[in-house]
Design a protein around this ligand. Structure first.
Ligand code: ADP
Length: 228
């Protein structure tokens, strides 16, 4: 699903953000990527979304070799990933329903499919009562659930969540991760970047720690809530 092989990445000014990274995330996994500010987390995300390309090494995501991906293939590749950002990135003048439907409309989905899928994912994210609201009428946690519904609606094999709880009150942050866990249990691979160590300790699972552009830890940690 995700395979980084001897990947290094430097910015144009010469800063080496990632150095010789080897990282594989298989289908169906849930992996946390943690690390301090400046560790290289955003640079990895940019590589995975093909916003930039590796300076050295090979990046494979969802069967696409991103080193060789032609520009014309980028939109199709990006549709194979659902992305959730720290700042939600909802369209402010669209309702919850239309924000989610938009993600299907851009793929030329049929009206029938839109009418089936949008209510389905809104219900999964417990947003069925918010369909006609606008983003500004929702709390941060609710807005992020809309973003999750939007990421899910195309049924991508992979969801990348970049600090999804960064702008949410702590009491609702856990709910967002619970929802990501639920999505993962249905088979979707999830990579979640976070700097919130408490959250990772609470949930446990595969934890990849990046510091100064290298992987310093990659293993499973037990979660504090595991017996529940
Ligand atoms: P994180 O997301 O973990 O905070 P980044 O991937 O943003 O880390 O940064 C990794 C390194 O790359 C840092 O040393 C950072 O200063 C540097 N960096 C990030 N963005 C740029 C950029 N646009 N140009 C040059 N250096 C950058």
């Amino acid at each position: 699903m995700i395979d980084l092989i001897n990947v290094s990445f430097s910015y144009e000014n010469g800063t080496e953000a990632l150095h010789d990274i080897n990282l594989r995330v298989d289908n169906g996994e849930f992996a946390f990527i943690v690390g301090s500010s400046g560790a290289g987390k955003s640079s990895i995300i940019k590589l995975l979304l093909r916003e930039t390309t590796a300076t050295e090494g090979t990046v494979i995501v969802n069967g696409y070799n991103l080193n060789r991906l032609r520009n014309s293939q980028i939109p199709k590749f990006r549709r194979s990933i659902g992305v959730v950002f720290q700042d939600f990135r909802l369209i402010p003048n669209m309702t919850v329903y239309d924000n989610v439907a938009f993600s299907l409309r851009v793929t030329d989905a049929s009206t029938k499919l839109i009418r089936q899928q949008v209510p389905y994912v809104l219900e999964l994210m417990e947003l069925q009562d918010k369909a006609r609201k606008f983003p500004y009428e929702l709390s941060g946690g609710e807005q992020q659930r809309v973003a999750l519904a939007r990421a899910l609606v195309n049924d991508p094999p992979l969801i990348i969540a970049d600090e999804p709880t960064g702008n949410i009150d702590p009491e609702f942050s856990y709910e967002i991760v619970e929802m990501l866990r639920g999505i993962n249990r249905c088979g979707t691979t999830i990579v979640m970047v976070t700097h919130e160590h408490e959250m990772v300790k609470y949930f446990g699972g595969r934890t990849i720690n990046i510091e100064d552009g290298v992987v310093v830890f990659d293993d499973y940690i037990g979660g504090a809530n595991e017996s529940k």
